[in-house]
Design a protein around this ligand. Structure first.
Ligand code: AN7
Length: 351
């Protein structure tokens, strides 16, 4: 019998683990790569969606967290801390619960999607809301982890990047090759850094001669890398990527430069259009921040010489159920309840 036992077990020859590393896993990874008929015919190439919302806590963060928490335990850490726009905290909370260690989290008050906050709370993380944004929260947890015996599990922790790079391996295995373009949302820029590292390492160890061009997209009101300056007060409906001073800024620039890639902005309106398009036409419910990888391709593909046989992979980083408020506010109003009367129901159906 074969069972997927999580990405550390599957990819351990690529990861900084030994036989002594206690593996803390929720069997993350092994997410599907879904072909999109509609997007492929619009763009005129093969478009695939890497649906990272199907990880155990419903975002890509679980890839980095399984390794960060396993290494924290190996190093006798008793507590972990992070700043988060939501998904990192949900993942930290779940993996700390599994490892039976304490976890603390700083979040920007009022800007964390409901599903993410509920995950952090139910898994028993100590949630500290601050009257400030993610960038401020990150500064504070860096300071705290430097002064006190608590392990930082934001993506500055190198094990996070190591775990997250495994998604690039899976894409190469699923396609039988590296894609031509990898499109990805950019917030704190850890994930674009991780994928680029992953593609390069996979190419070196396997018979692959291609590397993808890395395409990153930022929300218009939170686009420090595109605008080449810190954003003091970042704003976007995609709260996951409401970040004005990304920790992995330099690495993102390196990935863009080395891969001959591309980065640009997408408006909130365009993000929401792609979000609804995926839900209505592809049966895929992702969160708004994730939809930017599709929105960016739809907005800019005409600027590139896209060939029919190109494989383009858009990373859908988190599940739509994370953010039910946005889904409901985007839909036409649900009408008042009516009596359970056949005629009245038929009238509603026919109207
Ligand atoms: C769904 O959880 O920063 O560029 O604190 O939740 O690696 O930061 C989340 C980021 C994309 C951006 N999509 O990835 C956090 C956090 C979703 C996300 C990103 C995030 P990075």
């Amino acid at each position: 019998m074969y069972q997927w036992k999580g990405l550390i077990q599957e990819f351990k020859e690529y990861l900084p683990v030994s036989n002594k590393t206690p593996i803390v896993t929720l069997n993350e990874g092994n997410t599907p790569l879904i072909y999109s008929n509609n997007l492929s015919s619009i763009v005129g190439a093969n478009i695939y969606l890497k649906y990272e919302g199907l990880n155990p806590t419903c975002s890509f963060k679980d890839r980095g967290m399984t390794l960060a928490i396993s290494k924290a335990i190996e190093n006798n850490s008793k507590a972990v801390i992070c700043a988060s726009t939501g998904n990192t905290s949900a993942s930290m909370a779940a993996y700390s619960a599994k490892a039976n260690i304490k976890s603390f989290l700083l979040v920007p008050d009022g800007y964390v999607a409901l599903g993410k906050l509920s995950q952090a709370i139910i898994h028993g993380s100590e949630v500290i809301k601050i009257k400030g944004n993610f960038d401020k929260a990150l500064e504070l947890v860096i300071e705290i982890s430097n002064k006190y015996p608590v392990t930082l599990v934001n993506s500055i922790n190198p094990y996070r990047i190591e775990g997250q790079k495994t998604s690039a391996f899976e894409i190469c295995i699923q396609l039988g090759d590296a894609p031509d373009i990898l499109s990805i949302p950019v917030g704190n820029a850890g994930n674009i850094t991780a994928y680029w590292k992953g593609f390069k390492e996979y190419k070196d160890k396997n018979n692959i001669d291609k590397l993808p061009k890395m395409f990153g997209f930022q929300a218009e009101g939170a686009a420090p890398i595109v605008k080449k300056q810190k954003i003091e007060n970042p704003q976007t409906i995609a709260t996951a990527i409401r970040i004005g001073n990304p920790a992995s800024w330099e690495y993102a620039n390196k990935a863009l430069e080395e891969s001959n890639g591309y980065i640009n902005i997408v408006s909130d309106k365009e993000i929401l259009e792609a979000y609804k398009f995926l839900a209505k036409n592809e049966g895929i419910f992702c969160e708004p921040a994730s939809a930017i990888s599709v929105a960016g391709i739809l907005k800019y593909y005409k600027n590139f010489d896209i060939k029919k046989d190109f494989n383009i992979v858009c990373v859908l980083t988190g599940h739509g159920l994370k953010d039910p408020d946005n889904a409901i506010s985007q839909s036409s109003q649900i009408k008042e309840a009516i009596e359970p009367n056949l005629d009245m129901i038929l009238e509603r159906i026919m109207s």
